[in-house]
Structures are given as structure tokens and as C-alpha cells.
Ligand binder design. Structure first.
Ligand code: FAD
Length: 459
């Protein structure tokens, strides 16, 4: 008998419950990835995905198997393969988005209509399944809207042990595959994009646990230090199991591990919010009646924000890092999102879309809900907090190293002055080819107040 394992955001061999279940029930397995034209993949994620698929195929080949790639509607393509292989069952990881749920339902109907079995595995894409930890205590569709109580309950929730990769994956010979997509064929990627794939994920995790995690509590906000794990693209594509990351960090122990696991919990938190409220991907989680700025001025300012020429050095540095690497430091994400939605007072969806176009870890749950958290339309308990980019720069880039790296026009200007170049005396100011601030911070607060009908809270 044959089982199909349909891969989506779980492109790994280690700690993979669908693959393990398929191998234990069936003599042969077809690991399948369907390139779905309905899932938007801008160049950075497409290139990273190509690495992940190549690595998955290589891992399967070293175990006697291979990856089968098809394109088209995932349900139609899976059903075609199921018939070709005469598979009895299909295994896949449970998804979180509305699209993923609809895909699962369609596949379930199609398989059951032919008398074939369908197994959807929980806690593959997240460490704890959405819905497993709820405020009422019973599993279901209510969800936590505040992080701290969620974190408490999540920390007590038992995690399955992380399983090793299987030794052998026997794949039937007759099944044809399309050629794997090639990273080199993707154009328009960020020049500093990181490599993808499971071995890269495992190498990064091992290095992080060896040298990095211990200093995480002190250094995670240090923009120039760049001292976070950089595991987010691997968690997004599932080349790393979040449950395994939690286990291995806990085994390492100490305050760094605790702080890191707490961030992994944030990831699960946003996933459980999105799973319970799929509409939050596009609509306000908490509608404050914002009247966001639109029109030519707002569009021009948004373009300056995207291109990293707002005149606020730390904002521009972060936006240029995003363009160059397809990744941005978390502190940068917080302050550029606050700048767009609070200081420019532009709709969070505009910023979220731009992030999704570029981020290699661009993820519907984490991106849309973090944007909303910052914008004040999400689950943040301080929705009127406005981050001041000058204070943020002085605090999180005290030596100006981050600005110097990404805004070379200001490389000669020492901190703290590098965070306020407009204050330089005339002649010295003229020596730096760098724009004046798009908007004064006090004017920004007025816009926020006018649009919100509420007083901002400094942050
Ligand atoms: P580390 O600090 O090493 O953290 C470890 C892991 O914890 C991360 O890889 C990530 O999976 C998770 N994590 C950390 N912080 C958060 C958080 N606030 N929310 C959810 N998970 C978190 N993260 C994404 O993975 N995809 C996104 O599209 C995304 N968009 C964001 C947009 C905005 C406006 C903001 C403020 C944050 C966003 N984040 C997003 C969260 C966070 O910035 C990144 O996960 C983090 O910067 C990735 O770097 P790292 O792997 O080195 O993180």
C-alpha cells in the first residue's frame, strides 16, 4: 500500500508527524509538493522555497526516495497523484489560514468520495496546535487575545517528543515529477538573501544554541549587534520544527533559552489568533474607527518610507535592510511599523503588504497580526503607544552602527548625533547628502490624534 504526504509549510524530514505516520502505515510513500499558483510567492520567498525543495529532495534521495513536484490546484494535483499511485491515504500538516482550511476541506471531500483516508496532523507548523490552549480550557475555536495568559498556559502544555528523521523513505519508481524549481531562475531577489533548506536550518539552530542564545536577553534588541537567531524563514517554511526548537532550547536552559522560547510562543500566539479569526489577515482585529490618511501626500510619504528616505536614520536603515536582505531585525520592524501607522498615520495594510512582498519569513499570521499589534488595531494592550524614532535610535543603536551600516551617507557622523542629522549646524548639515524629516514628530502626533480622536501615548 501507498500513502501520499502532502507538504506545504513543513519542508523537513526531522520531527515530521505526517511522514512518520505514512511510513508506519504504508510500505511506500510519495512525498509531494504542489506549486500552487493561488499562493502568492514574491521573489525572495520563491528563491528560498527553491532551496528548501532542493534540500528536501536531497534528504529524501539519501534515504532511497525523492520528492515529487507537481503544479496546479493542490486538490486536483493531489487527487491526480493519488489515483496514479493508487494511494490509500493522504497525510498533511494542519494549516492555519482560511485558505489552508478550505484546501483541507476540499481534499477531505475528494478523498472520502473515493473511499480513501485523509489524516491532518496538528502541531507540525506550530509547537502547540491552535485551539489546543483556550481561555475556557476546552479545545475549540475560542482563543486568547492577550499574550501573557496564553504564554502561561502554553508553557504548561505538553509537547510531543521531537522525532528523528526516518532512515529510509521508499518511493514508488513509476511516479513522475516535474523538475524542481531552481533558485537561480528566480529574478528580482534581494541581493543579501539567506540560503534555505533543512540542513541550513539545523546548522543555524545548532550554532544559535552553542553561541548566541545565552546572550539573547541582553542583546535581542541591539540593532547593530544582529544577535537574534535568524530562524524565522526556517520556521516559516517548516525546515525547522518549532516543537524541536522549543525542546532543544529548553534542554540548553538558562534565561536566554527562556526568552527565546517565549518568542516561539509569540509565533504560536499569532497563529492561534489567525486560526480562530481568519478575517484578521485583512480586517482590523479591533476596529478603532481609524480614518487613515490617503491621497497623493500620503502616497508620496509611503514611497519614501518604502525606499528608506524618510529622513529618520534608524527608520531608513531598517527599510534598507529589508530591501537588501529580505529580512529585518525585530526592533526595526517595530519602529518602522509604528512610524508608518502612527507618525505617517497610513493604514497598516499598506505596510503589511510591502513587508509581505519582501520578507523571506513573510507569514500571514505573524506579519498581519504583528502589524496590527503595532498599529493598535490588534491585540496590543497599549494601542495608543507611539514609538519615537529618535529615542528608539539612541536606545537600540547607541553607537550608530546600524545606521552607519545601512545609511552610508551618514557613516561619518558619530552617535548620538547620527540619529538627528537635521540638528547639525547649517554648514555641517550641508555636508551630508541625506533628506530632512518627512514630517516633524509633533506634527505626526497631531495627525494621529486627528485620525484617531484619541491622545497618543509616548513610547
Ligand atoms: P528571534 O528573536 O531569534 O526569535 C525566534 C523566533 O521567534 C523567530 O524566528 C520567530 O519565529 C518567533 N518570533 C519572534 N518574535 C516574534 C513576534 N513578535 N511574533 C511572532 N513570532 C515571533 N515574523 C515572521 O516570522 N514573519 C513575519 O512576516 C513577521 N512580520 C512582522 C511584522 C512586524 C511589523 C513585526 C513588528 C514583527 C514581525 N515578525 C514577523 C516578528 C519578528 O520580527 C520576527 O519573527 C523576527 O524578527 C525574526 O528574527 P529571528 O528569527 O532572528 O527572531
Amino acid at each position: 500500500n501507498v500513502a501520499v504526504v502532502l507538504y506545504t509549510s513543513d519542508l523537513r524530514l526531522h520531527d515530521h508527524p505526517p511522514l512518520r505516520a505514512a511510513l508506519s502505515s504504508s510500505a511506500q510513500v510519495v512525498p509531494l509538493f504542489v506549486r500552487d499558483p493561488a499562493v502568492s510567492a514574491p521573489p525572495n520567498r520563491l528563491a528560498f522555497l527553491a532551496d528548501c525543495l532542493a534540500a528536501l529532495d536531497a534528504g529524501l534521495r539519501s534515504r532511497g526516495g525523492r520528492l515529487v513536484v507537481r503544479s496546479g490546484d493542490p486538490v486536483a494535483a493531489t487527487m491526480a497523484l493519488v489515483r496514479e499511485a493508487d494511494a490509500d491515504e493522504v497525510h498533511m500538516a494542519a494549516g492555519v489560514s482560511a485558505y489552508a482550511h478550505a484546501r483541507e476541506e476540499r481534499l477531505r471531500e475528494a478523498l472520502e468520495a473515493e473511499g480513501r483516508r485523509f489524516h491532518v496532523h496538528d502541531a507540525v507548523i506550530t509547537a502547540v496546535a491552535p485551539g489546543a490552549v483556550t481561555p475556557s480550557g476546552s479545545s475549540g475555536s475560542d482563543h486568547f487575545a492577550v499574550f501573557t495568559p496564553y504564554h502561561r498556559r502554553w508553557s504548561e502544555h505538553p509537547l510531543r517528543a521531537a522525532a528523528p528523521a526516518p532512515r529510509a523513505v521508499p518511493v514508488p519508481d513509476a511516479i513522475r515529477s516535474e523538475p524542481l524549481p531552481e533558485r537561480a531562475a528566480v529574478t528580482g531577489t534581494s541581493p543579501g538573501l539567506a540560503p534555505g533548506g533543512e540542513s541550513e536550518a539545523r546548522r543555524l539552530l545548532a550554532r544559535w544554541l552553542r553561541s548566541g542564545i545565552d546572550r539573547y536577553p541582553e542583546t535581542h534588541d541591539d540593532l547593530a549587534g544582529d544577535a537574534t537567531s535568524r530562524l524565522s524563514p526556517h520556521l516559516h517554511f517548516g525546515t525547522l520544527s518549532p516543537a524541536e526548537a522549543v525542546h532543544r532550547a529548553r534542554a540548553a536552559g538558562g534565561p536566554g533559552a527562556e526568552a527565546f522560547v517565549r518568542q516561539l510562543c509569540w509565533r504560536d500566539f499569532h497563529h492561534q489568533v489567525l486560526a480562530a479569526r481568519p478575517a484578521a489577515a485583512a480586517a482590523d482585529y479591533r476596529d478603532r474607527g481609524d480614518r487613515w490618511r490617503t491621497g497623493p501626500d500620503a502616497e508620496e510619504e509611503t514611497l519614501a518610507w518604502k525606499e528608506g528616505r524618510t529622513g529618520y536614520p534608524v527608520v531608513d536603515a531598517a527599510m534598507r535592510q529589508l530591501a537588501h536582505e529580505g529580512w529585518m531585525h525585530n526592533r526595526g520592524r517595530l519602529l518602522v511599523a509604528s512610524f508608518l501607522t502612527k507618525t505617517l498615520y497610513v493604514d497598516w495594510r499598506v505596510g503589511a503588504r510591502h513587508f509581505m512582498d519582501l520578507l523571506v519569513d513573510g507569514d500571514l499570521a505573524n506579519n498581519q497580526l504583528n502589524w496590527q499589534w503595532v498599529a493598535g488595531t490588534g491585540t496590543d494592550t497599549r494601542p495608543n503607544r507611539v514609538l519615537n524614532p529618535v529615542r528608539q535610535g539612541r536606545r537600540y543603536d547607541p553607537d550608530g552602527g546600524y545606521v552607519h551600516r545601512w545609511v552610508p551617507e551618514l557613516a561619518g557622523l558619530p552617535a548620538p548625533r547620527v540619529h538627528e542629522p537635521w540638528r547639525l549646524p547649517g554648514l555641517e548639515r550641508a555636508g551630508y547628502d541625506y533628506p530632512d524629516p518627512l514630517v516633524g514628530l509633533a506634527d505626526g502626533l497631531d495627525r494621529f490624534r486627528a485620525g484617531r480622536g484619541a491622545g497618543p501615548e509616548p513610547g
